[in-house]
Design a protein around this ligand. Structure first.
Ligand code: NAD
Length: 294
């Protein structure tokens, strides 16, 4: 049994902490939201009165927070309070620069740290089927892996500090672009009198095959479990896709990478989200492209 502090018990962090409790670990959590704390408490998480109280006796600290500024602020608060030898793992999706800054702050205190963002959404967090992409030293990874594997089905060591965040934004840039590509194909097929099912049957077994088509098909019918069949309830909200595409664009700008389709995808998702669809599943972009803004 490991003593784990979990800061950020929201839509993702709550069920992830609950899975660590189920795995037999002692989990002490904190969140600014009383409702999140109450839910976590009913899942067996000990609720502390503050971040500092939560981390004091922890061997491992996990953070699952909205953005880089929250992670840097929480790590600044908690670093002076943790025990020698504590491992810090940030599972939030944040910009690469902030992730590297957080690693640097831990290093100044001789603490090991890992950036370990996830893919798989709330369903993956609940079902412990997340994919973790980790950045940091081999030592940090080897210590974190047995804990992360209780919250996910795959844990990949991507490289040194920030490599997990880099993998996350590259993956989600592929996803945003491919969802738009698949959606455009369905919109064109409609204009050409080709049925959704016919396009699906061909493209899903041809060179157009991809996850956005075969697992997460943006039109109702061909893949019954996709959000298109449930009025585009997320799933993965357009606001989160936009957040990740913006992080990819920031990283592209900072590193000098050429990502014209990533930039276009970010613009389209900004238009879609700003038209009142930020809470819709990101596959709802197909309706926006078709010109039916519902
Ligand atoms: P969320 O808003 O539901 O949860 C974040 C929690 O952090 C909130 O409960 C908030 O009260 C808490 N918080 C904020 N500042 C805090 C502080 N100073 N101290 C303690 N608690 C604080 O968000 P989420 O959906 O759980 O996402 C968390 C992270 O995971 C984000 O970085 C997101 O991009 C990433 N992510 C989300 C999904 C998804 O499908 N929701 C998928 C993959 C990755």
């Amino acid at each position: 049994m490991t003593s784990i502090a979990f800061i950020g018990l929201g839509n993702m962090g709550g069920p992830m902490a609950a899975n660590l409790v189920k795995a037999g670990h002692s989990v002490t959590g904190f969140d600014l939201s009383p409702a999140s704390c109450d839910q976590a408490k009913s899942d067996g998480v000990n609720i502390a009165s503050s971040t500092l109280d939560a981390v004091r006796d922890a061997e491992i600290v996990v953070t699952m927070l909205p953005a880089g500024k929250h992670v840097l602020s929480v790590w600044t608060d908690l670093l002076p309070a943790v025990k020698e030898g504590t491992l810090l793992i940030d599972c939030s999706t944040i910009d690469v620069e902030s992730a590297r800054k957080a690693h640097g702050m831990a290093q100044e205190r001789n603490l090991t740290s890992l950036d370990a963002p996830v893919s798989g959404g709330v369903g993956g967090a609940k079902g412990a089927t997340l994919t973790f992409m980790a950045g940091g030293s081999k030592d940090a990874f080897d210590r974190a892996e047995p804990i992360l594997s209780r919250m996910g089905k795959k844990v990949v060591h991507c490289g040194e500090a920030g490599a997990g965040q880099a993998a996350k934004i590259c993956n989600n840039m592929i996803l945003g672009i491919s969802m738009i590509g698949v959606s455009e194909a369905f919109v064109l097929a409609e204009k050409l009198g080709l049925s959704h099912q016919a396009l699906f049957d061909v493209a899903s077994t041809s060179s157009g095959q991809c996850w956005s088509l075969t697992t997460y098909c943006p039109v109702p019918g061909p893949v019954p479990t996709s959000p298109a069949n449930n009025d585009y309830k997320p799933g993965f909200a357009a606001a989160l896709m936009l957040k990740d595409l913006k992080l990819a664009q920031e990283a592209a700008l900072a590193s000098g990478a050429s990502t014209p389709l990533g930039a276009e995808a970010a613009q389209l998702y900004a238009l879609f989200a700003n038209a009142g669809h930020d809470g819709d599943d990101f596959s709802g972009i197909v309706n926006f492209l078709r010109g039916q803004k519902s």
